[in-house]
Ligand binder design. Structure first.
Ligand SMILES: Cc1ncc(COP(=O)(O)O)c(C=O)c1O
Length: 389
């Protein structure tokens, strides 16, 4: 009998090197991890309690409307007007099952098979997977490492073809920690208008910007109305990775389109988590400040420890997120997967190889500073020993 094959897009997609590394690290209980872009802190109590209250009142056993609880959509719209400078009402908000579902749903309704989606390199690896699974083709354009991983606007223009349909980026950037300045994003907006392209953004780290950097949303440019789907998530801001709540923001008409993909994927985002999210957004915000202060302290610690390893790594101080992307200076670093594998086996430190983050990711590794002072210190003590420093 003829072999039954999965679809070509799945056949041609290799399992990510990142997951291989994570699986190996998980099987080594004595390894310390700088590889997880996941806050170690628990979800704050007042948010947990809101979920418990909602369960007790039996508000959580049924579906919500597909776009989300109306109260949650309202408080999100208010937050987006206040913090993101985007004019939106509740009907321009779709509550999604985390950022990833929101981005995937947007891609599914905005691109056709064979369309090209432009992404900066390096970029968050899951975006490439989302583009491939939506039957479009990921195409990378360069960033300028020497300028702190700034977008290469000429490179973006050169990458546009007749097939280009959308630009997708995350700002602040995972893995580099770059914050794209307003000036550059305004140029991206002009390019999108000139070439009639969609823009999909991932603003997962919107509250974690350092050194006076400002977060700019391309959707706040009035001319971009109807051309952008911006995605935000609660997972990083409130240490809620497991609750799976994000949201798309766009025009009501585009949101109606995105719901066509959202409904068959998930019907609605988890209702208990939607109740917790109302509290997260409207309740005390000291937790966000606390997380911010920790990330800033841990970023500085990681950078000072990297300075001691200056014969092994060079780096740009990340301006946002809790990720950074040092360059590996040794010849072994040319193959980042084996470099990170050797580091894991030899020093018992888990890191993420740069190669899967796009064509310019090779020769680098991603380090996350969202764990704790102790974990970062222990990991660097081990690396100092391993590299003979
Ligand atoms: C840039 C970026 N976007 C999205 C996500 C995932 O977001 P969510 O948990 O809301 O799906 C991550 C997680 O690491 C991320 O780094």
């Amino acid at each position: 009998m003829e072999r039954l094959e999965v679809a070509k897009k799945a056949r041609l997609t290799k399992p990510s090197a990142i997951h291989g590394m994570s699986a190996l690290a998980a099987s080594m209980p004595d390894a310390v991890a700088l590889s997880w872009a996941r806050p170690d802190a628990p979800t704050p109590d007042h948010i947990n309690n809101a979920a418990i209250e909602a369960i007790k009142k039996d508000l959580t056993s049924k579906y919500s409307p597909p776009p989300g609880l109306s109260k949650l959509r309202e408080v999100i719209a208010e937050k987006v007007r206040r913090d993101n400078n985007i004019e939106v009402e509740a009907d321009g908000v779709l509550v999604t099952t985390g950022a990833m579902e929101g981005i995937f749903a947007a891609l599914l309704v905005l691109v056709d098979p064979g369309d090209e989606v432009l992404m900066p390199s390096p970029n968050y690896t899951t975006h490439e997977l989302s583009v491939k699974m939506s039957s479009a083709t990921p195409v990378y354009f360069p960033t300028i490492e020497e300028e702190g991983w700034r977008l290469d606007i000429d490179g973006l223009k050169k990458a546009i073809t007749k097939k280009t349909k959308a630009i997708l980026y995350c700002n602040p950037c995972n893995p580099t920690g770059a914050v794209f300045p307003e000036e550059d994003l305004r140029k991206v907006a002009e390019i999108a208008i000139e070439n009639n392209l969609w823009i999909i953004t991932d603003e997962a780290y919107e509250y974690f910007l350092f050194d006076g950097e400002k977060h700019f949303c391309i959707g706040s440019i009035p001319e971009m109305k109807g051309r952008v789907v911006e995605n935000f998530t609660l997972t990083k801001t409130y240490a809620m990775t497991g609750w799976r709540i994000g949201y798309d923001v766009s025009t009501p008409d585009l949101i109606k389109e995105v719901i066509k993909a959202h409904t068959p994927m998930t019907i609605c985002a988890p209702v208990v988590s939607q109740h917790a999210s109302i509290e997260a957004i409207t309740g005390p915000q000291d937790c966000v400040k606390e997380f911010y202060n920790h990330y800033l302290e841990w970023r500085n610690l990681m950078c000072s420890r990297l300075d001691r390893l200056s014969s092994i790594f060079s780096y740009h101080k990340p301006k946002g997120s809790y990720n950074m992307f040092p360059k590996i200076l040794t010849k072994e670093g040319k193959d980042s997967v084996s470099f990170c594998m050797n580091l894991l086996k030899g020093a018992k430190v888990a890191t993420t190889p740069g190669a899967p983050f796009g064509p310019t990711g090779e020769g680098h590794l991603r380090l996350c500073f969202c764990s704790s002072k102790e974990v970062i210190t222990e990991a660097f003590d081990r690396m100092d020993k391993y590299f003979g420093i």
